[in-house]
Design a protein around this ligand. Structure first.
Ligand code: CP
Length: 313
């Protein structure tokens, strides 16, 4: 089993068959979590580098843990603690890690296209861990996995993504992935946070949350990037909470089976209240767990480990 391309940059150029294959591999990886020793020798001798030029809690730790569970050697470089502070370029930093024998370089960067640029320049395989507002494919894959695990399928489901769609790599990647798998995708938010012609991505656009909630199966609530309020894209946090915030009362409008998702980090009390985030419909912590399985699957498929070593069925 392997992936069709050298690098894994986004779901925009990944077809349905590849997505299904990654999700199936992730399912086998998740079985490893139930063992006493949660580690297999699949990527023994391979080197994975985490190159993070933007803050991250979930994605960075998840990639590190995924690589360790597959027995790879793992190195991490962050912008703040590296020679980037002394003026070294992104490319020189990446090439330095490649020279130490990196097989896969996992990159997060604030600029859209930075990961694609590195993929063109490096012989090592490159995996996108989030680039600007462009793409965050592993987040979307773990979201797809979590939906399928809880609801048994993705095709035909109505998925609502709420909030700042314009600046969200999570929204864009989810839309690509969900469309490939046959879901009906809706987006809702203030007009100023919805991209012009977003419908061309194959989604239904709403500004009224009550209308958008009708008959949904999954609600994926995005983090409000608080700096957007300062730049005038919505008048006040209180107004956002009133029209788009998820509190217990809002949840009464939907069925008890509707899944509540959030990619994290959460602004509790703004886009989501604690009663909703920690409530029985929330699968937010499951998303985090599944993130490790999905990243194990991708590292395995990209780094070309020995399937016999995988001890996965
Ligand atoms: N969801 C997500 O990408 O979180 P981090 O920024 O903590 O990695």
């Amino acid at each position: 089993m392997s992936i069709k391309r050298k690098d894994f940059l986004g779901l925009y150029n990944t077809d349905r068959e590849e997505i299904v294959s990654i999700l199936n591999t992730a399912e086998s990886m998740k079985e490893i979590f139930t063992r006493t020793v949660k580690k297999v020798p699949t990527l023994r001798g391979k080197t994975i580098v985490n190159l993070f030029f933007e803050p991250s809690t979930r994605t960075k730790s998840s990639f590190s843990l995924a690589a360790k569970r597959l027995s790879a050697d793992v190195m991490s470089v962050s912008k703040k603690m590296s020679s980037v502070q002394k003026g070294e370029s992104l490319l020189d930093t990446a090439k330095t890690m490649e020279a130490m024998g990196a097989d896969v370089v996992v990159v997060r960067h604030g600029s859209p296209g930075a990961v694609e640029f590195l993929a063109e320049q490096l012989s090592a395989r490159v995996l996108n861990a989030g680039d600007g507002a462009h793409a965050h494919p592993t987040q979307a894959l773990l979201d797809l996995y979590t939906i399928k695990e809880n609801l048994g399928q993705i095709e035909g489901l109505k998925i609502l993504i709420v909030g700042d769609i314009t600046h969200s790599r999570v929204a864009r990647s989810n839309i690509w992935g969900l469309n490939h798998l046959g879901a009906e995708v809706r987006v809702v938010g203030p007009n100023t946070l919805l991209p012009v012609e977003i419908e061309k991505m194959g989604v239904e656009k709403y500004t009224d949350l009550d209308q958008a909630l009708s008959d949904v199966d999954v609600i994926n609530i995005l983090r409000i990037q608080l700096e957007r309020q300062k730049s005038g894209l919505f008048p006040s946090i209180n107004e956002y909470i009133k029209f788009y915030g998820f509190h217990e009362e809002r949840l009464m409008q939907v069925d008890d089976e509707v899944l509540i998702m959030h990619p994290g980090p959460m602004n509790r009390g703004i886009e989501i209240d604690s009663e909703v985030a920690d409530g029985k419909q929330s699968v937010i912590t499951e998303q985090v767990t599944n993130g490790v399985a999905v990243r194990m699957a991708l590292l395995y498929l990209l780094a070309g480990g020995n399937p016999e070593d995988a001890e996965i069925t």
